[in-house]
Ligand binder design. Structure first.
Ligand code: UDP
Length: 197
């Protein structure tokens, strides 16, 4: 089977390497459609049981990865083929490494202003080949959203990294998916805090 069903959610059996390879292709294709990656952590899987709107967001995603030791364990227990975790944070680091070589562009949305600023500074030092086209902290008001969307749309990043916490990031990406003009969008939880150290 191509995927492993965990509490009703089909997780494609992809490793980290395969995930990066899929996204590499998506970036190359220059499609106009935003490819939404959801790192399916236990909170998301649990919320989907009762939250139909989140479930719909997950169903519309381009890829759902297994971001949880429990999810991988359940798969192993059943003799399944989900063999490793693909967490938002690990994925972000892999994309920055790959992007350093391939000059991928990013827009970083989320985290506190000082964290956002520091994360982008560190990325510029450590991954000089990466192009950060813009950033915005994650503590904005509803009436500021359209302006942020506009900024991302103009930046046209290969990757929109959304560190707003789950499932807020997933809903946000889905809500604006037709306006964002990014190739790939990923909710990464607290990863920018980790990048910033
Ligand atoms: N965050 C944000 N705006 C908010 C709430 C949270 O930008 O309104 C950021 C927060 O600063 C942190 C991340 O979102 O960087 C949430 O990290 P957490 O580890 O709680 O997310 P999870 O792993 O639960 O998705």
């Amino acid at each position: 089977s191509q995927s492993t069903n965990i509490m009703g959610i089909p997780f494609p059996n992809v490793t980290m390497d395969q995930t990066v390879a899929i996204l590499d292709k998506v970036v190359d294709q220059e499609s106009n459609e935003l490819f939404h990656v959801i790192t399916g952590n236990p909170e998301i899987v649990m919320s989907c049981q009762k939250n139909a709107s989140l479930r719909k967001v997950v169903d519309q995603a381009g890829l759902v990865t297994a971001d949880g030791a429990g999810i991988v364990m359940v798969s192993r227990f059943r003799g399944g083929q989900l063999t490793e975790r693909v967490t938002g944070c690990d994925l972000l680091f892999r994309l920055l490494e790959e992007g350093d070589q391939k000059h991928w562009s990013f827009y970083m949305l989320g985290a506190e202003e000082s964290v956002s600023e520091q994360a982008v500074k560190i990325i510029a030092q450590r991954y000089p080949g990466v192009i950060v086209k813009g950033r915005h902290h994650g503590y904005f008001q509803a009436d500021e959203e359209q302006q942020i969307v506009e900024e991302i749309r103009t930046a046209q990043p290969d990757f929109l990294i959304v560190a707003l916490g789950a499932p807020h990031a997933e809903h946000w990406i889905n809500k604006y998916r037709h306006q964002l003009n990014a190739r790939v969008a990923i909710g990464v939880g607290g990863s920018l805090d980790i990048v910033a150290g």
